[in-house]
Ligand binder design. Structure first.
Ligand code: SAH
Ligand code: SF4
Ligand code: F3S
Length: 499
């Protein structure tokens, strides 16, 4: 986490306009009721507590923000870090810090287990650092069982909040500093979307942009609709304003984020409503934006209009992540996915025809209740017909509260493992074959960072989301270069810059 979005000399890293508002408050007055002004008031208030701590320590207190889960959570953690810096913390990579916050994911059980492990670890550090505060937020905190477990077994935690009240983080920090007990604030549902709070981006050159929050699809295996609430769309003008601001700040690539981006627009007033295809076209036209990605479209809603817009707008990345989940129409029906094997194949093959250089990647779940070897054969059939460029394969994880958790015929672990391996080896094979297609071509590449193994090489990402490593210097990070793809190494390339 190197870069800060707003480059100026104030230690809080807020932009001048926000800074003016924060400094304008008389803290003897009651906090304003409207947002985001209320949070700016609390930022001013929390600065006093952080200053006191800084005086005690003889240096600025440090804050470490850890995100688990999807891009949505990663983006939320940038908002969290934005507030932490605005109140005067210094960003810190490790949990050896005065404030540690875990933004949790609960999509599968192993995500939950990782979180408990880390809270335990932070508790150990807190014993040696009495100034340390520990906070836990995000999807897992929307579940009662998780809250009960933390209350009982992880008393070292100072602050817990959920997904719906993240915008009140500054206010919650004030409560935490004024309380000597564990502060817990969880809301059942989301309210209006609050704009214009500080954000501290992980990358200077690329950024996620929320377009919808929540999900209305209720796939029967999935916990997300319960922990993220009903689907709400952000106003298109606010989205474009944010993208323009990001572009002015040097961002070249944006990723539009939502659990089902194609249903963008539902819930907006009639005179503001536009389709996802219209929105992405407008985003692609924002000056300075060189690449636009999106995550995740739902196969049931992916329109011809969208395929056409991608075709016409070279700025939109040649990559569609199109979660399959299962290739069996019967399993899909019981998953409540609202498409059949045939409908998925028609769509994926249409994309292959219309956008031949577009990568199609997917998510697959193995071991959904009642899944037979025959159902997995159908999944394998779809994999070989579409020839996915990449796929994430997950073992079904029972989430309590979801309809699938109560279904009969939960598949035994050893059977799941065996079927999982069949799926995994076929997706690896198709991904390898698809990867070789770009051999000896030139690709537009966004240079993202220094190669992890060899620092004379830079790593860049092609429009189709594949990585390529090539000799270059680190001042090229954040710029677009043309790279010749010399050698395919399975799932990535080695190359050299041609211009
Ligand atoms: N909204 C997106 C992503 C949701 S979560 C979509 O509809 O695809 C990301 C992935 O996690 C899903 O695509 C699914 O493959 C997987 N997933 C969700 N719930 C799961 C569960 N209970 N067990 C295993 N994998 C799950
Ligand atoms: Fe979960 Fe389905 Fe919503 Fe994706 S579309 S978040 S899988 S309920
Ligand atoms: Fe996990 Fe929440 Fe994302 S459950 S996958 S972090 S929406």
């Amino acid at each position: 986490m190197k870069s800060v979005s707003i480059k100026n000399n104030n230690i809080y890293a807020t932009d001048p306009e926000t800074e003016g508002l924060i400094e304008s408050f008389d803290l003897n007055m009651a906090p304003p009721m409207e947002e985001p002004m209320r949070q700016f008031y609390y930022i001013a208030k929390v600065r006093k507590y952080v200053d006191e701590l800084a005086n005690k320590l003889g240096r600025r207190p440090r804050a470490c923000s850890v995100a688990f889960g999807c891009q949505m959570n990663a983006r939320d953690s940038e908002k969290i870090l934005g507030i932490l810096k605005a109140v005067g913390y210094e960003e810190w990579e490790s949990e050896d810090a005065e404030f540690v916050i875990y933004n949790t994911c609960t999509v599968r059980d192993n995500a939950d287990q990782r979180v408990y492990g880390r809270i335990g670890y932070a508790g150990g550090l807190k014993k040696a650092n009495p100034n340390m505060k520990i906070a836990v937020c995000g999807c897992m905190m929307q579940e009662n069982t998780a809250i009960e477990k933390i209350k009982k077994s992880y008393r070292q935690v100072d602050l817990i909040f959920g997904t719906h009240n993240l915008y009140k983080f500054a206010e919650l920090l004030a409560t935490m500093f004024e309380s000597d007990r564990m502060v817990i604030d969880i809301w059942k549902e989301g309210t209006d979307i609050v704009e214009d709070l500080p954000v501290s981006r992980k990358y200077a050159f690329k950024s996620g942009v929320n377009i919808t929050f929540g999900c209305n699809n209720f796939c029967t295996y999935c916990i997300v609709p319960y922990v993220r609430g009903r689907e709400r769309s952000r106003n298109p003008r606010e989205i474009l304003r944010e993208v323009e601001k990001l572009a002015a700040d040097g961002v070249k690539e944006v990723m539009l984020l939502g659990q089902n981006v194609n249903s963008y627009g539902t819930g907006l007033p009639d005179d503001e409503r536009i389709s996802f295809a219209e929105l992405i076209r407008e985003v692609a036209h924002v000056e300075g934006i060189k690449r636009v990605r999106f995550m995740t479209p739902h196969p049931k809603d992916l329109s011809d209009e969208l395929i056409q817009v991608i075709k016409e707008e070279p700025v939109i990345a040649r990559h569609i992540h199109l979660p399959l989940q299962s290739g069996s129409s019967e399993i899909l029906r019981r998953m409540n996915r609202k498409y059949t094997k045939e409908a998925y194949l028609d769509l994926a093959l249409k994309i292959r025809r219309e956008l031949p250089d577009c990568a199609i990647t997917t998510d697959i779940i193995v071991g959904f209740p009642g899944e037979t070897a025959g159902d997995v054969d159908d999944t394998l059939d779809v994999i070989s017909k579409v020839a996915f460029d990449n796929a994430f394969t997950f073992i079904y994880s029972k989430r309590s509260g979801t309809p699938a958790a109560n279904m009969e015929d939960q598949v035994p672990e050893d059977v799941v493992k065996e079927q999982f391996n069949r799926v995994l080896s076929l997706v690896q094979e198709t991904a390898r074959t698809r990867s070789t297609l770009w051999q000896d071509m030139d690709a537009e590449v966004l240079v993202e960072g220094v190669n992890e193994q060899d620092d004379s090489l830079m790593t860049g990402r092609m429009s189709n989301n594949m990585l390529v490593h090539f000799p270059a210097s680190s001042d090229m990070i954040g710029s677009f270069v043309k790279v010749h793809l010399d050698e395919c190494k399975g799932f990535y390339y080695m190359g050299h810059i041609v211009e």
